[in-house]
Write a protein that binds this ligand. Structure first.
Ligand code: TXA
Ligand code: MG
Length: 318
């Protein structure tokens, strides 16, 4: 069983032995291993049951250390890094040889992130290698936003989970690539498009799917709870036995469903609060054993766009 604690030294010991640890970040918890070790990387894919065509993000503690494993940082990337790193932003940058093809699934770019979490930064500063880390959930399931979520799902396969409390952002980082002079958002995430565009101007948003060669792992159906999740527009609630139905709402209860079956992401309509609660509330409702969980989309602005992206993927059954 995994040990859950705040001891950086124990985490370092496990990582030095090319094993994996649960890593707290401000977005979601990661399943981290030495990014320069094939043994550690292989272990990450195995523990997560992740196909190797889905590349990993490499985490480090400063933009100076990024130079160790990327060939160059385009000007626009530097600008974004200056404003948002550490933070919920991942940049795709041309990799040096030291990053193996296994980390990038054979792509020429490596995904780079500096997490804004004190324990993660302290750990990274004390290591002489960066950490490859996908979200610490079994492939296709909801990302973990607390050490206990990691223990729940991967506790028998991970020796140590560094406990950094509940994730403050709650959804994964925004992923940005630079292709032929164009800035492309490949995953809407914890940094709102509006914030990105305020620094670098208009960006292109590329809806990702399994057929997108730039981000092979971004499958349409993802973040799925076990209980079927449905968008409320798809159904006629009045015809259903609502005692057996759960509801994940934004700010208002649904009058068709018993209140005790419902969770509200943010009664005060705060999109940051909704993002922070999203995955944890999906888990809570999933554990109730309802026949179905209904939900609806949030306003399509700020973090609402990334939240809606997760909700739509979770509600996709293919
Ligand atoms: O917030 C986050 O980004 C969290 C924390 C732990 O840092 N990590 C995370 O990792 O969400 P993961 O593996 O669950 O999602 C990373 C996504 C993958 O779907 C993958 O397709 C994409 O990033 N990705 C990674 N490397 C890439 C690359 N070189 N080119 C394009 N996409 C890449
Ligand atoms: Mg993930």
């Amino acid at each position: 069983m995994a040990i859950i604690g705040k001891d950086i030294k124990q985490a370092i010991e496990v990582l030095m032995a090319c094993d994996v640890v649960g890593l707290p970040t401000e977005t979601v918890y990661g399943l981290a291993g030495n990014a320069y070790s094939l043994e550690a990387i292989t272990k990450i894919f195995t523990v997560k049951n992740r196909p190797t065509f889905d590349p990993l993000i490499v985490h480090t503690s400063s933009i100076e250390r990024v130079q160790e494993f990327v060939k160059e940082i385009p000007e626009q990337a530097q600008l974004l890094a200056k404003h948002f790193m550490p933070g919920p932003l991942t940049l795709l940058l041309p990799k040096k040889e030291i990053i193996s093809d296994l980390v990038t699934s054979g792509l020429g770019n490596v995904a780079v992130r500096i997490p804004n979490h004190p324990l993660a930064l302290e750990l990274l500063k004390n290591l002489d290698f960066p950490l490859a880390a996908p979200s610490a959930n079994p492939f296709g399931y909801i990302s973990p936003t607390s050490a206990y979520h990691v223990e729940n799902q991967l506790g028998d396969k991970v020796k140590y989970i560094l406990n950094g409390g509940e994730c403050k952002v709650g959804i994964e980082s925004s992923i940005i690539g630079f292709f032929d002079g164009e800035i492309v958002v490949l995953r809407k995430g914890g940094l709102a498009i509006e914030e990105i565009e305020a620094i670098v101007g208009k960006v292109r948003i590329e809806e990702h799917s399994s057929s997108n060669p730039k981000a092979p792992g971004m499958l349409k159906s993802h973040y799925a709870p076990r209980t079927r999740l449905l968008l409320i527009d798809d159904c006629l609630l009045a015809e259903l036995n609502t005692e057996r139905i759960g509801f994940l709402g934004f700010d208002k209860f649904d009058s068709n469903i018993p209140n005790e079956n419902q969770l509200l992401l943010s009664p005060s309509c705060d999109l940051s609060e909704a993002a922070k609660n999203l995955f944890a509330y999906m888990r809570l409702l999933d554990a109730r054993g309802f026949d179905k969980i209904y939900t609806n989309l949030l306003p399509e602005k700020g973090l609402g766009r990334a939240i809606n992206d997760r909700i739509k993927r979770a509600a996709t059954q293919e």
